[in-house]
Each structure stands twice: as structure tokens, then as C-alpha cells.
Design a protein around this ligand. Structure first.
Ligand code: FES
Length: 117
């Protein structure tokens, strides 16, 4: 029997305690060498891989700073592209209609766990 050369493996990692996430705004983490960020939005936490869908570069303009000046959208620091916090869809900019790659978040007790597939 041969091993699958492209096994579907998922990395699961504890990020932090729930109380360590900001009530509004973003926080960066590294999971299996991959930069991700968690955004607190309308009382919910959503996480994305920190890569623009069109160039694959990091989006933030300073540590943990991903939002536009109104704090409404995730913004690419280089091109001003805007992404919806709730689903990562680009609504303005060169990657219009494309999505940030979402990272599954789970909560176990007070711990926030990220699952990267
Ligand atoms: S890298 Fe894609 S919008 Fe900036």
C-alpha cells in the first residue's frame, strides 16, 4: 500500500486564552509557520491567514494593525484593498471578489484553538 503523497493533515494549535483577545481589533499569531490573525467583530472571533489573495503578502501595516481608519474593514496596507471582517471577501481593490483564507477557530474552556487545514 502506498502512502498518500498529499495527505490532508490539519494543524491544531492553542492560540491564547479568550480574555487575551482584544474586544475590538486584531491579534497576530503563527501556526505551523503560517502567519494568521484573529479579528474580533460584533462579539465574534474570526481568523484568517495573513496573506492577500492576489500577491500572497502580509496585509497589516504594523503589528496587530489590520483595519482601515474606520475600523470597519480589513485593509491591505500596500494597496488599500478592503476585506469584509465577517467572511474575508474583498470588496474593493485588485483582488475584488476573492476571499482571505479562513482559519477555523474553536473554543475549549477559555482556550482559543486554531485549526489550519
Ligand atoms: S497585496 Fe493584494 S491588495 Fe495589496
Amino acid at each position: 500500500m502506498h502512502n498518500d503523497p498529499h495527505p490532508k493533515s490539519a494543524t491544531t494549535q492553542r492560540l491564547c486564552g479568550k480574555s487575551e483577545l482584544p474586544e475590538e481589533g486584531c491579534k497576530e499569531f503563527t501556526v505551523a509557520g503560517q502567519l494568521i490573525f484573529v479579528i474580533s467583530h460584533n462579539g465574534r472571533h474570526v481568523a484568517y491567514v495573513n496573506e492577500c489573495p492576489h500577491l500572497g503578502i502580509a496585509l497589516n501595516w504594523a503589528p496587530d494593525k489590520f483595519l482601515d481608519s474606520d475600523g470597519k474593514y480589513i485593509q491591505c496596507s500596500m494597496h488599500g484593498a478592503l476585506f469584509k471582517p465577517e467572511d474575508g471577501e474583498c470588496i474593493h481593490g485588485p483582488c475584488l471578489g476573492h476571499y482571505l483564507r479562513e482559519v477555523t477557530l474553536k473554543q475549549e474552556g477559555d482556550a482559543i484553538i486554531a485549526q489550519l487545514s
